[in-house]
Design a protein around this ligand. Structure first.
Ligand SMILES: Cc1cc2nc3c(=O)[nH]c(=O)nc-3n(C[C@H](O)[C@H](O)[C@H](O)COP(=O)(O)O)c2cc1C
Length: 199
């Protein structure tokens, strides 16, 4: 399928087939795809946690507002987290990067101050979300990006250290009756002239 057709057919899944388990080999591929996500200066300020354990999912589902059912019924949940501490980033991630990345960071990112730097970290993690959703769709896997979760509670349940939850993604296979699929509910987007400029 060409990428445009994938963009037309992928959608946010609202109801999963509880028996639709993603094969282990495919999960390993998805882990590798996330590891290969691009980021500014190759900064990689992230951690991706794959969860299939039913007890952990049940705990997470209770702190996930309207996403509760998806978290219990999808095959896996992937939690996307961002590095918490600027100093840890500078001492660890930056130390793995070439000099030119280091000088870009010092010239363009560091002057933004702590809040600006952390916002820049989060942008990188969101970029990996786009990469991941597209990859899933290209592999015939359905997905639900979810910001509607209590991130602090996720940190507590997952015993996160040095990283903070930003959002999660449920992955699996749709319930055949899922009303959100484009064949039942056509995709809505703003018109081209509202969002695309050509100069
Ligand atoms: C960062 C992000 C967070 C989202 N959070 C949720 C969520 O918590 N629950 C949910 O059902 N959908 C969530 N969505 C799905 C969006 O509502 C959806 O992508 C949008 O309406 C476009 O529909 P489509 O993905 O089906 O094309 C989220 C999407 C993104 C990109």
């Amino acid at each position: 399928m060409c990428f445009l057709d994938i963009a037309k057919s992928r959608y946010t899944t609202k109801k999963y087939d509880p028996n639709g388990e993603i094969a282990d080999k495919t999960i390993e591929e998805l882990k590798e795809i996330l590891r290969l996500s691009p980021s500014s200066i190759n900064s990689q300020p992230w951690k991706f946690t794959f969860i299939s354990d039913a007890k952990t999912r049940s705990e997470l589902s209770k702190v996930s507002y309207h996403n509760e059912e998806k978290i219990n019924e999808a095959s896996h949940i992937v939690v996307f987290s961002v590095i918490e501490n600027v100093e840890d980033f500078e001492n660890w991630n930056l130390s793995h990067l070439p000099e030119r990345a280091f000088s870009y960071y010092n010239r363009m990112v560091k002057p933004k101050g702590e809040a600006g730097i952390k916002s820049w970290f989060s942008c990188q993690v969101y970029l990996s979300l786009g990469f991941f959703l597209s990859a899933c769709a290209s592999m015939g896997i359905d997905s639900t990006p979810m910001e509607g979760i209590e991130t602090g509670e996720y940190d507590r349940i997952l015993q996160q250290e040095g990283y903070k939850t930003l959002f999660a993604v449920a992955i699996g296979y749709r319930d055949k009756e899922d009303v959100n699929q484009p064949s039942i509910t056509p995709k809505f987007r703003l018109d081209r002239e509202n969002v695309i400029r050509t100069i």
